[in-house]
Design a protein around this ligand. Sequence first.
Ligand SMILES: [Zn+2]
Ligand SMILES: [Zn+2]
Length: 180
Amino acid sequence: MNTSSNGYVPPRVLKFQLGFLLEGTRGQISETELDIPRLRVAEDVTVDFLRGQLRFSRTSRGILVQGVLRTAICLECSRCLTETSVALEIQLEELYLAQPSPHAEFTIGEDGILDLSPLLRQEIILETPIVALCKPDCLGLCSECGQNLNEGTCSCRAEAIDPRLAALKALRDKLSKPNQ
Ligand SMILES: [Zn+2]
Ligand SMILES: [Zn+2]
């Protein structure tokens, strides 16, 4: 498969020529298997891969798209900011109208092309978690120096806590020996 210069498959692979299905009878089905590596779904959405089965069904008004697709997107870990791959499952069920309509969100082009890109972009954005973690027990960054605590400790913590501990210890010593 051809990839563009930045290493992503361009979104035109999400355009399906379904003119034959539009000319078919109601209930006619066409199925296709997707297995696309690094894909640019839209200008602002890229995925590490896109896999799964798509089903296009001719209805009286257009073409019903159904499918369960597996994909993964790259997000920044909310704690340590490291880029991390997050798996998503995308459930598609959307009617693309054959005739343009002011109420229709998705329509099939006059050339018989169904463009999955805007629908997929919308579903991926909806499924994208607000908080992502590189691992469940990510230790995050030190609030003082920014050290990634998954990769090693820094000296901030010891320096920040020691003086307070010393003061507490002195106070406790004093309270426990009231008669001295
Ligand atoms: Zn992390
Ligand atoms: Zn630190």
